[in-house]
Write a protein that binds this ligand. Structure first.
Ligand code: DQA
Length: 145
Protein backbone atom coordinates (compact mmCIF):
# COMPACT_ATOMS: atom_id res chain seq x y z
CA UNK A 1 0.00 0.00 0.00
CA UNK A 2 1.24 3.44 -0.95
CA UNK A 3 1.53 6.02 1.85
CA UNK A 4 2.48 9.64 1.28
CA UNK A 5 4.03 11.27 4.36
CA UNK A 6 3.64 14.95 3.56
CA UNK A 7 5.31 17.79 5.43
CA UNK A 8 4.41 21.43 5.12
CA UNK A 9 6.14 24.74 5.33
CA UNK A 10 9.44 25.01 7.29
CA UNK A 11 9.60 21.32 8.18
CA UNK A 12 12.61 20.86 5.91
CA UNK A 13 14.51 22.73 8.64
CA UNK A 14 13.99 20.02 11.26
CA UNK A 15 17.07 19.46 13.37
CA UNK A 16 18.11 23.11 13.36
CA UNK A 17 14.75 24.89 13.69
CA UNK A 18 13.62 25.64 17.29
CA UNK A 19 15.26 22.47 18.58
CA UNK A 20 13.75 23.03 22.02
CA UNK A 21 10.31 22.59 20.41
CA UNK A 22 10.95 20.22 17.47
CA UNK A 23 13.99 18.26 18.66
CA UNK A 24 17.32 17.44 17.07
CA UNK A 25 16.14 14.89 14.53
CA UNK A 26 16.91 16.23 11.06
CA UNK A 27 14.47 16.10 8.17
CA UNK A 28 16.76 13.55 6.47
CA UNK A 29 16.60 11.36 9.59
CA UNK A 30 12.82 11.67 9.66
CA UNK A 31 12.64 10.55 6.03
CA UNK A 32 14.93 7.59 6.65
CA UNK A 33 13.08 6.43 9.78
CA UNK A 34 9.68 6.58 8.03
CA UNK A 35 10.91 4.73 4.94
CA UNK A 36 12.60 2.04 7.06
CA UNK A 37 9.58 1.55 9.30
CA UNK A 38 7.34 1.49 6.23
CA UNK A 39 9.43 -1.33 4.73
CA UNK A 40 9.11 -3.29 8.01
CA UNK A 41 5.35 -2.78 7.98
CA UNK A 42 4.98 -3.72 4.31
CA UNK A 43 4.07 -0.16 3.27
CA UNK A 44 5.43 1.74 0.29
CA UNK A 45 6.25 5.01 2.07
CA UNK A 46 7.27 8.18 0.29
CA UNK A 47 8.15 11.27 2.35
CA UNK A 48 7.93 14.75 0.84
CA UNK A 49 8.25 18.32 2.09
CA UNK A 50 7.34 21.63 0.50
CA UNK A 51 7.17 25.29 1.43
CA UNK A 52 4.70 25.95 -1.43
CA UNK A 53 1.02 25.54 -0.58
CA UNK A 54 0.00 24.87 -4.20
CA UNK A 55 2.52 22.01 -4.39
CA UNK A 56 1.14 20.45 -1.21
CA UNK A 57 -2.40 20.72 -2.59
CA UNK A 58 -1.22 19.02 -5.79
CA UNK A 59 0.16 16.12 -3.73
CA UNK A 60 -3.14 15.79 -1.86
CA UNK A 61 -4.98 15.71 -5.22
CA UNK A 62 -2.54 13.00 -6.36
CA UNK A 63 -3.38 10.92 -3.25
CA UNK A 64 -7.10 11.48 -3.85
CA UNK A 65 -6.70 10.24 -7.44
CA UNK A 66 -4.53 7.22 -6.61
CA UNK A 67 -6.17 6.24 -3.31
CA UNK A 68 -2.89 6.53 -1.38
CA UNK A 69 -3.01 6.95 2.39
CA UNK A 70 -1.75 10.29 3.69
CA UNK A 71 0.10 11.12 6.89
CA UNK A 72 0.18 14.92 6.92
CA UNK A 73 1.99 17.45 9.03
CA UNK A 74 0.40 20.63 7.65
CA UNK A 75 2.72 22.80 9.81
CA UNK A 76 1.61 26.46 9.92
CA UNK A 77 -1.02 25.81 7.22
CA UNK A 78 -2.90 23.77 9.86
CA UNK A 79 -4.03 26.98 11.46
CA UNK A 80 -5.46 28.85 8.47
CA UNK A 81 -5.44 27.05 5.12
CA UNK A 82 -9.03 26.40 4.09
CA UNK A 83 -7.65 25.53 0.64
CA UNK A 84 -5.59 22.69 2.10
CA UNK A 85 -8.53 21.51 4.20
CA UNK A 86 -10.80 21.45 1.12
CA UNK A 87 -8.19 19.37 -0.71
CA UNK A 88 -7.94 16.97 2.26
CA UNK A 89 -11.72 16.52 2.19
CA UNK A 90 -11.26 14.88 -1.25
CA UNK A 91 -9.18 12.01 0.13
CA UNK A 92 -10.71 8.56 -0.01
CA UNK A 93 -8.29 6.89 2.40
CA UNK A 94 -8.27 8.21 5.97
CA UNK A 95 -5.98 11.11 6.64
CA UNK A 96 -3.80 11.11 9.74
CA UNK A 97 -2.71 14.56 10.92
CA UNK A 98 0.58 14.72 12.80
CA UNK A 99 2.25 17.50 14.77
CA UNK A 100 5.64 17.07 16.35
CA UNK A 101 4.87 19.51 19.15
CA UNK A 102 1.79 19.65 21.36
CA UNK A 103 -0.01 22.49 19.59
CA UNK A 104 -2.48 22.78 22.51
CA UNK A 105 0.30 23.61 24.95
CA UNK A 106 1.69 26.40 22.76
CA UNK A 107 0.52 29.85 21.61
CA UNK A 108 -3.24 30.22 21.33
CA UNK A 109 -3.13 30.69 17.54
CA UNK A 110 -1.82 27.11 17.27
CA UNK A 111 -4.61 25.54 19.31
CA UNK A 112 -7.00 25.19 16.38
CA UNK A 113 -6.28 23.18 13.25
CA UNK A 114 -8.67 23.66 10.33
CA UNK A 115 -7.48 20.27 9.00
CA UNK A 116 -8.47 18.15 12.03
CA UNK A 117 -12.19 17.99 11.20
CA UNK A 118 -11.41 16.18 7.94
CA UNK A 119 -8.77 13.88 9.47
CA UNK A 120 -9.46 10.40 10.83
CA UNK A 121 -7.24 11.22 13.79
CA UNK A 122 -4.63 13.61 15.08
CA UNK A 123 -1.37 12.79 16.82
CA UNK A 124 0.45 15.68 18.43
CA UNK A 125 3.16 16.27 20.97
CA UNK A 126 4.94 12.93 20.63
CA UNK A 127 7.84 14.19 18.54
CA UNK A 128 8.74 12.31 15.38
CA UNK A 129 7.39 9.15 17.02
CA UNK A 130 4.00 10.54 16.01
CA UNK A 131 4.79 9.79 12.34
CA UNK A 132 5.75 6.24 13.26
CA UNK A 133 2.53 5.70 15.21
CA UNK A 134 0.56 7.04 12.24
CA UNK A 135 2.29 4.56 9.91
CA UNK A 136 1.53 1.71 12.31
CA UNK A 137 -2.15 2.73 12.25
CA UNK A 138 -2.19 2.78 8.44
CA UNK A 139 -0.58 -0.67 8.36
CA UNK A 140 -3.12 -2.02 10.85
CA UNK A 141 -6.01 -0.60 8.81
CA UNK A 142 -4.88 -2.23 5.55
CA UNK A 143 -7.64 -4.34 4.10
CA UNK A 144 -10.19 -2.95 6.59
CA UNK A 145 -11.11 0.25 4.76
C1 DQA B 1 3.81 21.87 13.76
C2 DQA B 1 3.08 22.86 14.67
C3 DQA B 1 2.68 24.11 13.89
O1 DQA B 1 2.02 25.03 14.76
C4 DQA B 1 3.91 24.79 13.35
O2 DQA B 1 3.55 25.91 12.57
C5 DQA B 1 4.80 23.88 12.58
C6 DQA B 1 4.99 22.51 13.06
C7 DQA B 1 4.36 20.67 14.54
O3 DQA B 1 4.75 19.70 13.90
O4 DQA B 1 4.41 20.69 15.78
O5 DQA B 1 5.46 24.28 11.63
O6 DQA B 1 2.89 21.37 12.78
Amino acid sequence: MKVLVLNGVNLGRLGTRQVDVYGLTSYADLVQSCVELGAELGLDVEVRQTDAEHEMIGWIHEAADTGAAVVLNPAAWSHYSIALRDACALLRWPLIEVHISNIHAREEFRHHSVISAVARGVICGLGIEGYHLALRYVAAQQGRE
